[in-house]
Ligand binder design. Structure first.
Ligand code: PNS
Length: 167
């Protein structure tokens, strides 16, 4: 049984993430979507909110071999604790390469027994990022087709709460 983890901030989960998770679920016996903290980013949604959204999206996509979890510390340590041999990451054109390459090699040094596998993002999501989605909604735009409907609702609710839609 091969277990893979898909680590990320998922702030929030996008259709690009979902595409990678779906494709990973077709290859591996079990996929764990692992929500971590990126110290370089100020999160918009709490970890709990992100997990709730991902769980809903996974349920709606009927991905029965995917579960969602949070992790603290190093992703390779988390992978080991879960008996996962593979880390799956999505790779967008150009923008991700340097960061992901550096992270994959660092992880290989820390844990030679764990393999990082990259999947090219689907063409239609190659430009997509969680930050872009947040910006669209922040300025009152419509992110339909970029994120699952549950995420659109959650983004709008959160912004309304903060009193930031359209100014
Ligand atoms: O979606 P992101 O923001 O690229 O996700 C980054 C995340 C949280 C997956 C990454 O920062 C992470 O795993 N941090 C934990 C520390 C770690 O293992 N870093 C990689 C090797 S130094």
């Amino acid at each position: 049984m091969t277990i893979a983890i898909c680590p990320g901030s998922f702030d929030p989960v996008t259709n690009g993430h979902l595409d990678i998770i779906q494709r990973a679920a077709e290859i591996f016996d079990e996929v764990i979507v692992a929500v971590g903290h990126n110290p370089g980013k100020t999160p918009f949604f709490t970890v709990e909110e992100r997990i709730t959204l991902i769980k809903q999206v996974i349920r709606e996509a009927r991905l029965t071999n995917v579960r969602v979890d949070r992790f603290h510390g190093l992703q390779v340590e988390y992978a080991r604790a879960q008996k996962a041999r593979v880390i799956v990451k999505g790779l967008r054109a150009l923008s991700d390469f340097e960061y992901e390459f550096q992270m994959a090699l660092t992880n290989k040094k820390l844990a030679p027994d764990i393999e990082t596998i990259f999947m090219m993002t689907a063409n239609e999501y190659s430009f997509l990022s969680s930050s872009m989605v947040k910006e669209i909604v922040f300025f009152g735009g419509n992110p339909d087709g970029l994120v699952p409907p549950a995420v659109v609702t959650a983004l709008q609710k959160k912004l309304e709460k903060r009193g930031k839609i359209n100014g």
